[in-house]
Write a protein that binds this ligand. Sequence first.
Ligand SMILES: Cc1cc2nc3c(=O)[nH]c(=O)nc-3n(C[C@H](O)[C@H](O)[C@H](O)COP(=O)(O)OP(=O)(O)OC[C@H]3O[C@@H](n4cnc5c(N)ncnc54)[C@H](O)[C@@H]3O)c2cc1C
Length: 559
Amino acid sequence: MSSSAFTQSPPRLGNQYADDRVLRSYLARTLSPEEMALARPALERLGALAGGELTEMQRAERALEPRLEQWDAWGNRVDRIEVTPLWRHAEEIAAREGLVALPYEAPLGRHSRVLQFALVHLFTPPTDVYACPLAMTDGAARTLSDSGNAMLAERALPRLTSRDPALFWTGGQWMTEATGGSDVGRAETVARFRPDEGWRLYGRKWFTSAITSQMALTLARPEGNAPGGKGLAMFYVETRDADGRPNHLTVDRLKDKLGTRKLPTAELTLEGTPAIPVGELANGVRAISTVLNITRLWTAVAAVSYMRRGLALARAYARERIAFGSALAQKPLHVDTLAALQAEYEAGFQLAFCVAELTGRIECDAASESQRTLHRILTPIAKLTTARQSVAVLSEVLEAFGGAGYVEDTGLPMLLRDAQVYSIWEGTTNVLALDALRAIGAGGLAPLQRETGFLLEGVRESRLVALSARIQAALEAAQDWLGHQAARDDARLEAGARRFALSVGRCFAAALLARHAQWSLEQENDRRALAAVLRFAQNGINLIGDPDLELSQLLVDDK
Ligand SMILES: Cc1cc2nc3c(=O)[nH]c(=O)nc-3n(C[C@H](O)[C@H](O)[C@H](O)COP(=O)(O)OP(=O)(O)OC[C@H]3O[C@@H](n4cnc5c(N)ncnc54)[C@H](O)[C@@H]3O)c2cc1C
């Protein structure tokens, strides 16, 4: 090989807090200067780790995966799971930085969730989905803290919200069974009570992530209860007994997955696992929805953070990579491609963090009734919108690297593979679209339209004013569609639910970003958020259509 053979310089990342204009600008608008002063050291610390040490570790251990050791040398069932060094390190950092603890300590009052998720946004991309156990831990902590079950709260909360890595516990959520993850009401796990043993669970859980967790919230049907979701109850279990052995359960195997490969996701058999009911012995699906609200928010922020990571790399690469005489960053078509993606990130960011703000308000009892309604509607919508965005954006990010984007040791394919899970777990796109319809209910889009009006009332820049009218017209059209379909038939309403939910998500994200763009023009003299929102709207905000149901059925029945 000639010594002058060309080698491409790889894209480099700096401090991920300092480099993320979108995050910094959002925090500057949302937090007071005093809150910012409290938040900044942790943001800078995690930003440095995310662009440096953690990313280096992630690259170095790319080929490692968790290992399940089912038996020890002497034939004892041990079901030990060895995670990778990055995961062990991530757990320590997460505990010390209070990634779960923050909203329970609430140092910034109702803005504590904003700080927590700003840190999660920095922490997630370089830690190989360690955010998954953290999300479930937060969901479990919130649920136990709201449950009124003082015994369980006292036992588990100090651990789930600890900043001491030696005390810190993570939590799991075991809902999905082979019968269904969407329709969990079909779950077959049985709960039996015996006066001498208390409650014990028998059944098979089909997807249990982060099976390294010390506790889990799960669903089971107390013997004699009715079928369906109402007959299930939510139980608390600890995964290991006092001697550290599996607590009357076996880890049958770890799933061999497309992505999230560092996350041990197991199939479990519960063989009389001791369990404690968290609350009533029924309505478990409703009870576990507190966990889901939190994990859906974590998923939305993770989806956004992955878009940001992909784009940070693609923009850095575009400045380095030369083709046809100049850097890609100077090619009008490459610029057009990346600009469309950056716009998606900026809008998704505003949507996810809006839900974080609402969550923080509710937890601090600072939310009005209409903010609670918005939170209920926007949680599924933000999750499904950002999840779909992240898959589309990361697919384009890979292409923006050409062949390098398809090569494993660049670390790029992993981003796309991981992102694909965001639209599946914690409710698929379709399931969440139907959930959004239920949340919207008879009240229709009025609360969202009112909020959009508030967001846009301060908009002055002429293009933002024109865009505001377009957003409001699109929401009006969505409301008309809803009213019209509801009056016609359920099948049409269901068939259009996904297009409807995505339209609402995109319209509301555009309104949030337009409000931010006006602020950024005035306070930062910066036109980039303006550029983002105009481009985002060009990507499309109204996806509503009314395809013929019978013709659709023809296509699906086609053999
Ligand atoms: C990596 C990974 C980790 C996971 N970890 C966990 C975990 O820790 N705990 C846990 O409980 N679960 C976990 N899951 C499971 C996950 O939550 C489920 O896979 C998901 O909820 C979907 O359930 P399902 O797989 O049974 O698919 P199904 O429910 O069978 O859905 C199949 C398809 O049908 C669609 N569909 C279903 N109902 C409707 C409807 N009414 N109308 C229109 N379309 C519909 C869905 O959108 C989907 O596209 C994990 C999954 C993955 C991939």
